[in-house]
Design a protein around this ligand. Structure first.
Ligand SMILES: [Zn+2]
Length: 435
């Protein structure tokens, strides 16, 4: 007997002698029940288990991701985690003693969906869906190959299937957290509607909420939401267990921090006092100085003509780059400020995220070690995973990278990522040649 046949047969027995309307209702209820049964009969595939191991990684010089240096650590990896920092050599040995070993980096602000189309131009919504899907997958792969084992992608609904494929089906890429589509600032939106927008994203699987509190720098960097609206949004996010990230310029930096939002992006044109308010409120601060604008300028012809990518907008970004350096330097000097690694990488920049390390050291007055820790411990804490990633220590995820060179002496080593392991899976290895 096939599933459902038995229920159908018993139903036929009950039907005799019932009024027609009741029969109709019963048939409908039965149809719903059988339908639900058919759906429930199939479960999603379980995620593939991490490699069991054990694998032992031999190191000479390693950074622990929290500001410490380790000598001659033997990192034991089993079941996707770091099982020991002093392992005895096991069956499989990966010898990274020629390199500097550190936890995989974390970029808390990228746009994986942003890519160039087959003609080399910035892709728009008119791009065929299969090509868009390949574009976002390529951006994820490039980020991973650049040493970024976790990225927070903030701005597109297509980030969810990508996140899920990587997390649940072994698709190659970094661990992805997503805001799905961002909430565009508009002072006329009533509070109820704002709360609904947050709830909708939570229901659709968002890991955080991304809010635009200012227009783009290319069109004036003007305020869009009121402080009260920001409070409604960030309160609702918190109530649902979501973090909030705010794109903010000028006085919106302090407004977003006072509203209790967790992370403030860009901060361009803010005063020292406004940045101080944000730091004191405990918000994570992420100015960008080394990649996003430089990439726009390098690829100007690929962007111009779409949306607010205009000659004038590009000129504004170029002219005001020193503004970005200024706000970054101010933030870096505030004791206790939580300066987190974030690039805002768009098309052309994926895989080059590490340029931001060089920019931060060159333009914000911080040390290479501070810059590196901002993409390990600080970034892990900023995305709520401080106890699971961003540190080389027993119990943490086996997200491990190696650089050809010592970045504390020659920071350009961040451009030479020769080994990438995420969750115990090796994606790039010097012994395997360049992918
Ligand atoms: Zn962005």
């Amino acid at each position: 007997m096939r599933p459902g046949e038995c229920a159908a047969r018993s139903a036929r027995l009950i039907l005799d002698g019932m009024p027609r309307s009741s029969v109709l209702v019963l048939v409908l209820v039965l149809a719903v029940l059988l339908g639900a049964r058919a759906l429930a009969a199939v479960e999603p595939f379980p995620p593939p288990p991490p490699p069991r191991g054990p694998v032992v990684i031999l190191t000479r010089h390693a950074l622990d991701g929290r500001g410490g240096e380790l000598n001659d650590a033997r990192i034991g990896v089993a079941d996707g985690r770091i099982a020991s920092m002093n392992a005895s050599p096991g069956a499989d040995v990966i010898d990274l003693r020629r390199y500097t070993v550190l936890p995989g980096w974390i970029d808390v602000h990228v746009h994986l969906a942003s890519h160039f189309d087959k003609n080399g131009r910035i892709a728009t919504e008119s791009e065929p869906a299969p090509e868009a899907a390949m574009g976002i997958a390529q951006a994820a792969w490039d980020s991973l190959m650049g040493g970024f084992t976790t990225v927070q992608s903030v701005g597109d609904d297509s980030e969810r299937p990508l996140r899920d494929a990587i997390r649940d089906h072994g698709f190659p890429g970094p661990r992805v957290l997503t805001s799905l589509s961002w909430i565009q600032g508009d002072a006329s939106i009533p509070d109820d509607k704002l709360r609904e927008m947050v709830r909708e994203r939570k229901a659709n699987g968002a890991d955080l909420i991304k809010i635009f509190a200012s227009t783009s720098q290319r069109v004036g960097a003007k305020p869009t939401f009121t402080e009260a609206q920001l409070q409604v949004l960030c309160d609702e996010a918190r109530a649902l267990g979501l973090r909030s990230m705010v794109h903010a310029y000028r006085s919106q930096v302090a407004a977003a921090a006072r509203a209790g939002c967790n992370e403030i992006e860009h901060m361009t044109y803010a005063t020292a006092e406004e940045i101080g308010v944000a730091a004191k409120a405990g918000a994570y601060l992420s100015p960008q100085v080394g990649l996003v604008v430089q990439n726009y300028l390098e690829n100007k012809d690929r962007y111009i003509g779409v949306g607010n990518y205009t000659e004038q907008g590009m000129a504004t970004m170029e002219k005001d780059l020193p503004e970005d350096f200024r706000v970054c330097t101010i933030a870096a000097k505030i004791p206790g400020a939580k300066l987190v690694f974030s690039t805002d990488a768009t098309a052309g920049a994926h895989g080059h995220n590490a340029e931001e390390f060089l920019g931060r050291v060159a333009h914000c007055g911080i040390t290479p070690m501070q810059a590196l820790v901002s993409a390990n411990r600080v970034a892990a804490e900023a995305i709520g995973l401080g106890d699971r990633i961003g540190t080389l220590a027993k119990g943490y995820a086996a997200d491990i990278i190696a650089l050809d060179g010592n970045p504390l002496e020659d920071l350009s080593a961040v451009r030479r990522v020769v080994f990438v392991m995420r969750g115990g899976v090796v994606y790039k290895w010097p012994g395997a040649g360049r992918p």
